[in-house]
Design a protein around this ligand. Structure first.
Ligand SMILES: Cc1cc2nc3c(=O)[nH]c(=O)nc-3n(C[C@H](O)[C@H](O)[C@H](O)COP(=O)(O)O)c2cc1C
Length: 364
């Protein structure tokens, strides 16, 4: 059975916050996307007006593969919350540099500062060079997920229990009492990754499972596996999928932009990135992981966003989003070439078509 028990809910939209330089493609194509706070405050305001529910910040500690500058995710998220009124901002946390104590405290305070609009994305690491650069041990794939799972259990325990005790392999607590707790609703816990370990963890502890771009069939297979496991654990998890949007008046125009992005790709950076991420995924026992089957062209977008094929006219894109919803997707996580203009265009031209298709289905 597909996990399509989401069909009554409108599909949600999130965008990648460009808080690292170079945009969301490893390409030298001219981009009007900025990574500074001024650009991003305005983008967040455009996005919430356009109908986006969430913004996702990225965590990167060091340059590589086209991201020469990187602003830190939690402080950047706080600034975006300060500039908006209803947008929820998802801050990325990397276990290792963060421990659950610091994360729980920081995010609880931001929950109070933002009227409960903060959420977190627990990432498990793919960039060995980054870990080396900052003196963090590079755990193997399964261990990275074991640590992330303990991290999530501790975060939730600290946020909800009056006095939290935990004895794990990575973290220990004895009668820890965090005050104040975050506001209600609690910050939602997202996680990223496509390997079996990622799905198993999501099926046990995460509120949301974020995965790389893929075909509708590829996504359906992942969602079915995830939701079968979650049901066995009596756990509820929702699904977000990455996609790179190129919406133009004609399909030919949109495809031409895609070709231009790929033609301007920086081959060394793309190959270096591919090598790094395939190594990280190959370390999973089943040899899967986010990028296991990605081609050179796929890797030009960091998270396989071209594979989702949101490239065409607004109508084509809206229909593909509905097909993903039918496969059990609750949220589209979107990237664009020129963020401000294209987020605004997406809100004006694509979201209304998606809502119209949803209305027609509900009435049928
Ligand atoms: C939507 C999404 C967002 C992610 N954001 C980050 C990030 O900001 N920083 C980071 O280091 N890794 C990030 N990751 C990487 C994942 O946490 C994970 O380490 C990677 O996908 C490999 O997982 P896998 O082997 O289970 O496929 C993200 C992944 C996804 C799907």
């Amino acid at each position: 059975m597909s996990a399509a028990n989401n069909s009554q809910q409108p599909i949600r939209f999130a965008y990648w916050v460009p808080n690292v330089s170079g945009g969301l493609v490893i390409s030298n194509i001219p981009q009007r996307t900025g990574w500074d706070i001024g650009y991003n405050r305005k983008l967040a305001q455009i996005a919430e007006r356009a109908g986006f529910d969430y913004a996702l910040t990225q965590i990167r500690f060091t340059a590589g593969y086209g991201a020469d500058n990187q602003h830190e995710s939690v402080s950047f998220s706080q600034a975006l919350l300060d500039s908006t009124e209803k947008l929820k901002v998802i801050a990325a946390l990397l276990p290792g540099p963060w421990n659950p104590t610091l994360a729980a405290k920081q995010i609880a305070t931001i929950s109070h500062l933002s009227d409960a609009r903060i959420a977190v994305n627990i990432v498990s690491g793919w960039f060995r060079g980054e870990f080396k650069a900052i003196g963090e041990p590079w755990l193997d794939h399964e261990e990275r997920y074991l640590r992330s799972e303990e991290f999530i259990r501790c975060l939730r325990g600290i946020w909800t229990e009056p006095s939290f005790t935990f004895a794990g392999d990575f973290y220990r607590y004895r009668d820890y009492s965090l005050k104040p707790k975050p506001l209600d609703p609690l910050p939602e816990i997202f996680q990223g990754g496509s390997s079996r370990a990622a799905r198993d963890m999501a099926a046990r502890v995460s509120d949301w499972y974020f995965t790389n771009g893929n075909s509708v069939e590829g996504i359906r297979r992942q969602v079915d596996d995830l939701q079968t496991k979650a049901r066995a654990n009596r756990h509820r998890v929702k699904v977000g999928v990455n996609g790179f949007v190129i919406a133009r008046d004609t399909e030919q125009e949109a495809q031409a932009v895609l070709q231009e992005i790929i033609d301007h790709a920086n081959p060394e950076a793309v190959q270096g990135f591919g090598h790094e991420v395939k190594n990280a995924g190959a370390a999973s026992p089943e040899g899967e992981g986010n990028w296991a089957k990605s081609s050179f062209e796929d890797l030009v977008q960091y998270n396989d966003g071209f594979k989702t094929n949101l490239i065409g006219t607004p109508q084509q894109i809206a229909e593909r989003i509905i097909a993903l919803k039918d496969a059990g997707v609750d949220l589209m996580l979107l990237a664009f070439l020129h963020f401000q203009e294209e987020v605004e265009f997406f809100g004006r031209e694509v979201i209304p078509l998606v809502r119209e298709l949803e209305r027609r289905r509900a009435a049928a």
